[in-house]
Design a protein around this ligand. Structure first.
Ligand code: GYE
Length: 311
């Protein structure tokens, strides 16, 4: 009887909850780590995870959400590639009484269309990056080039806003060029090449602010190919704290990064399990921490630690 009971429990656990996950894609090392950790957490918790990769297209995310609704999943995780255009499909999820949890990005929609959003304070991340640069350059003239994240995404909008807030009182610091690199290494390199050409071969550029480390790593390659020293001739500050930026810091080629945890699924699954168990509504925003890392923080030690965290 005990053995059978044990079997029953295991079976029951396996069917505990079915969750559909509409993931943006794998545009960055950070996003790939988020996917790995989400799958690991689902496995550990006996959650049946239905995974859909949208290749960074909103229409694919909307299709995936509709398919999850049709399958009658218990809950949906959504990392929304852009901030607008979700109302209709989230209304359909609400109609079907399927709770939606947003991961790592927010949307411009009434907050009764989602259970909670698990994200960092994206404006604060931009603030921290801008403050670091202001402290670093003091009163020196500093022309900045900016690699923005995906156009229309909440991180691109908010990280820009936060950085501009932080440098607003420093007339010596100016953003002279700003363009999207779509959060990827390839595009980050390409756009940085155009910035270098447009700015006297890069001699007039004091610093790069990249909305994520992957674009910064691509840009570092471009700066080296232009015969300049990243991290010295052109300061490099970015966001995510993925392992490779610590490798660059150890080489003196990057200066600072603001950490974004890839473990958004932990708090998301906690909130969903509680909501399912006793109807407890979580807060509409579950905020994850942001921490500044610089070359002074033993980058190779951090690199080794990060390498075991799903990257
Ligand atoms: O910084 C970047 C990914 O949505 C905040 O998306 C996230 C961003 C992250 O492409 O690496």
């Amino acid at each position: 009887a005990a053995a059978l009971a044990g079997l029953m429990t295991t079976t029951a656990l396996a069917a505990d909850m079915t969750v559909g996950f509409s993931q943006i894609g794998s545009e960055s090392g950070w996003r790939a780590a988020e996917t790995t950790l989400t799958k690991q957490q689902a496995e550990e918790r006996g959650i049946d995870l239905k995974f859909a990769d949208a290749q960074q297209k909103q229409e694919n995310q909307i299709k995936a959400i509709r398919s999850f609704i049709a399958q009658g999943v218990d809950a949906i995780l959504l990392a929304p590639v852009v901030a607008t255009g979700w109302d209709q499909v989230l209304e359909e999820a609400k109609e079907a009484e399927i709770p939606v949890v947003l991961l790592d990005r927010t949307i411009d929609a009434p907050d009764d269309l989602y259970l909670t959003a698990v994200t960092s304070d994206l404006v604060h991340e931009g603030n921290v990056a801008g403050q670091w640069l202001a402290d670093k350059v003091g009163d020196e003239q500093c022309n900045v080039v900016e690699l923005q994240g995906t156009t229309g995404s909440s991180p691109a909008i908010d990280r820009k806003k936060g950085f501009e807030q932080a440098i607003a009182d420093h007339d010596n610091i100016k953003i002279v060029r700003s363009q999207t690199g779509d959060f990827t290494r390839t595009k980050g390199k390409e756009v940085m090449e155009s910035f270098l050409k447009a700015e006297n071969g890069g001699k007039d550029i004091c610093a790069l602010y990249a909305h994520n480390d992957d674009m910064a790593v691509g840009a570092i390659q471009a700066i080296k190919e232009a015969g300049l020293k990243p991290g010295e001739d052109i300061l490099v500050v970015s966001i995510d704290a993925v392992p490779d930026i610590f490798q660059a810091m150890a080489n003196g080629e990057a200066n600072a990064t603001v950490e974004l945890t890839p473990n958004m699924a932990g708090p998301a699954f906690d909130a969903l399990e509680k909501y399912k168990a006793d109807g407890t509504e979580p807060p509409k925003w579950i905020q994850t921490e942001s921490k500044l890392y610089t070359q002074a923080d033993d980058p190779m030690k951090v690199y080794e630690e990060k390498k075991n965290l799903g990257y």
